[in-house]
Design a protein around this ligand. Structure first.
Ligand SMILES: NC(=O)c1ccc[n+]([C@@H]2O[C@H](COP(=O)([O-])OP(=O)(O)OC[C@H]3O[C@@H](n4cnc5c(N)ncnc54)[C@H](O)[C@@H]3O)[C@@H](O)[C@H]2O)c1
Ligand SMILES: [Zn+2]
Length: 673
């Protein structure tokens, strides 16, 4: 590339990055994913390194964030708030160690503190004589926006430092941390916004930043903001020697410090934590976009100093991005085993979370209408953990006017039967009783791992078997003949033998697996276990009265009636007869634990920050096992489950002698340890 082209490219990148900085930092409404933004910035830095004559002081590569908005009063930081150097792989973490080696000599046994990188918005809190006097956003690193009134509405931020003789509050201190929103609260916030015809936030970070940067602090007060503290700026009247000591003091003074933070030895300890955190990421109640490594020894931090926008003693190690933008090329309709029609977006393939994605579920017509998703739209898609990719928001700026609206078809695309929508249900359903899509869905569910576990009987094969007319219901599987299988396309001798053997092996399933395999509405794996334990045999379950079913603590009226009706249905009974004729005999469940619910009648109160599950999940676990989750402590409380940084409820429980469980103990009690 010649210098002139490089200059043009650099100017172009600078303008684009400035635009995205403004959308992200000032408007809290980004239009590209972080991964895409990071690519632009990396490209700019690469070109500037190659053509240093074009690097200017105002380049986004040299600056932090964006200038504070004038609608807020400016708040100057006493010590600058820097950004962090990035690493995107383990290899780049090792390069960080090499850089440290160049400055410090051999760092093989150096101590680091490793911390989850919370995806929120950084703030600086100033305390004078122990009292909160100001709270500000990072802004451009030197000056932020004064959001003190909003900060005061956040419950987890102490208005006064908890000073004790062992650790007195310093005269003056700047405390830094991340304001964030938990994933579940974020989901609920976006649901409310969609219901009120407001645009949803793209992610929890933008929701947190947007909520914090309100002119009206009563709006901020309604948003479920939380904070984790991870650093101090200026400190007067107290001397620290290590970063872990700073975190200990913050904790002692009543500031929320993330419980996963730990001190490790050497870069290998950091890499171990990087891997561990990636595994645990999907189970955390809040979003993290990586890990931060910090040199523990503050004297060494001082020696290392900082380059233009980030300190040399710290590194942000990013995880694979979970969001990306792409274009919806078409919307198809998928028919499931219950006849429900699910719209699916076909998208231009895009890399999300390390996997190429080209389909996303759009759930149902309501969801499409609420999010105003159209064919041809550019959208932000998200893939978290093993979850099916979803469309988060439409990038309306990219609309050309040629986008097309989507309407659910009036007839099933698979069988042509009428499509109806039952009152109170979100789904449209095909009402055809011999709909091949429903039959396929039933059989796939029947053969799945949680059901009869028939190895090798995947979606493609089921499609083939149903379409060629060899099977019409799950029981037909047991009457398949070798010859007719051999006649199928792509079925060789060996795969036929394997399939028949797998079908044969599935003939004596545990009773609960068979119950699950039947695909009774509302009956999942857990409920199947409970039914198996209560009734011991399939015949007993088939003959159970509705009243009898309802006497089981976990079964409500809707579920009870669904089970009862299932066994009254003629064609279901015929399939069950056929299964019996084929020699499918479930093994009886052990009789020693006839009762269903290990937590029946027990009342739980959850307090503090849960890390193994969300509050909602905790409540669901308790209820699914027959107990109740209450929000406040009463004399009927049987157990208090305390997460990190539990406060007054924990104290009260201890005082009144109510047993206190850790999250792990609770999960073990619930049989999920
Ligand atoms: N999508 C877009 O349009 C767009 C635009 C601008 C920036 N961005 C994204 O913003 C990020 C860059 O922003 P940045 O300069 O704030 O840097 P950064 O997010 O890479 O790292 C610095 C920040 O990490 C946060 N942090 C979280 N946990 C921390 C901990 N334990 N210790 C220290 N800091 C912690 C702090 O807020 C700190 O300011 C990138 O991920 C980029 O993709 C996206
Ligand atoms: Zn149909």
């Amino acid at each position: 590339m010649d210098a002139e082209t490089a200059w043009k490219n650099i100017e172009d990148l600078k303008a684009r990055i400035e635009y995205h900085n403004r959308r992200y930092y000032q408007l809290d409404d980004p239009v590209i994913s972080d991964a895409e933004y990071d690519l632009l910035l990396r490209e700019l830095i690469r070109l500037e390194d190659q053509f240093p004559q074009w690097r200017t002081g105002d380049s986004p590569s040299q600056r932090i964030g964006a200038a504070p908005l004038s609608k807020f009063a400016p708040a100057a930081h006493r010590t600058p708030m820097l950004s962090l150097a990035n690493a995107f792989s383990e290899g780049e973490i090792l390069q960080f160690q090499e850089r440290l080696n160049r400055f410090l000599g051999n760092t093989a046994s150096l101590s680091f503190v490793v911390e989850p990188k919370i995806d929120g918005v950084a703030v600086n809190l100033t305390y004078l004589d122990g009292f909160l006097t100001s709270g500000a956003t990072r802004g451009d690193g030197a000056t932020g926006e004064d959001v003190t009134r909003n900060i005061r509405t956040i419950h987890s931020i102490p208005l006064r430092i908890l000073s004790t003789p062992e650790s007195t509050a310093p005269e003056e201190i700047e405390i830094r941390g991340e304001i964030y929103i938990e994933s579940e609260s974020f989901r609920m916030l976006n649901e409310r916004r969609l219901a009120g015809n407001e645009a949803p936030f793209a992610n929890p970070r933008n929701a947190a930043a947007g909520s914090l940067r309100q002119l009206d602090s009563s709006i901020t007060a309604q948003r479920p903001l939380k904070m984790f503290c991870y650093a101090v700026g200026l400190v007067k009247g107290r001397i620290f020697t290590h970063h872990h000591e700073v975190l200990g003091a913050l904790n002692h003074w009543g500031f929320p410090v993330n419980p996963l933070i730990r001190r490790v030895d050497g870069i290998s300890g950091c890499i171990d934590f990087y891997r561990e955190l990636q595994d645990r990421r999907k189970d955390l109640p809040y979003e993290i976009d990586g890990m931060v490594i910090k040199v523990d020894d503050l004297a060494l931090q001082e020696r290392l100093g900082a380059v233009s926008r980030s300190p040399r003693w710290a590194l942000a190690c990013k995880f694979a991005a979970t969001q990306a933008t792409t274009r919806i090329e078409d919307i198809l309709v998928n028919v499931g085993r219950t006849g429900a029609l699910t719209p699916v977006a076909l998208m231009a393939p895009v890399l999300v979370g390390g996997v190429t994605v080209s389909r996303a579920t759009l759930h149902n017509q309501d969801e499409i209408d609420k999010k105003d998703i159209r064919i041809g739209d550019t959208v932000l898609v998200q893939r978290a953990g093993d979850v099916i990719p979803e469309v988060v928001v439409v990038v309306k700026e990219k609309r050309t006017g040629r986008e097309r609206l989507f309407k659910m078809p009036a007839h099933c695309p698979e069988c042509g039967s009428e499509v109806v929508r039952i009152e109170g249900e979100a789904a449209h359903r095909c009402i055809g009783i011999s709909c091949p899509a429903q039959i396929r869905g039933h059989i796939i569910h029947f053969a799945s791992r949680g059901g009869m576990d028939i190895e090798g009987l995947g979606e493609k094969l089921v499609l083939n078997l149903v379409d060629s007319g060899l099977i019409r219901d799950p029981a037909d599987l047991y009457f398949l003949k070798r010859d007719s299988l051999l006649n199928l396309e792509r079925m060789a001798e060996k795969s036929v033998t394997n399939l028949l053997a797998a079908i044969e092996r599935s003939k004596s399933p545990p009773l609960d697996k068979l119950i699950y395999a039947l695909g009774i509405r509302h009956v999942g794996e857990h409920l199947s276990k409970i039914l198996a334990r209560n009734y011991q045999t399939l015949d007993a379950l088939m003959d159970a009265s509705e009243e009898d079913l309802l006497s089981i603590p976990n079964i409500g009226s809707e579920v009870g009636s669904s089970i009862f009706q299932f066994f009254r249905n003629e064609s279901n009974r015929r399939v069950l007869e056929k299964l019996k004729d084929a020699g499918v005999t479930p093994v009886e469940s052990p009789s020693e634990s006839p009762l269903s619910a290990p937590l029946t009648g027990k009342n739980f109160v959850f307090t503090g920050a849960l890390t193994r599950m969300t509050r909602i999940e905790a409540k669901q676990i308790v209820e699914s096992l027959g107990g109740q989750a209450l929000s406040s402590l009463t004399k009927n409380t049987d157990y208090v489950v305390a997460g990190a940084a539990a406060g007054s409820k924990l104290k009260k429980a201890q005082e009144s002698g109510i047993p206190v469980l850790s999250e792990e103990e609770f999960l073990a009690m619930a049989g999920r340890g």
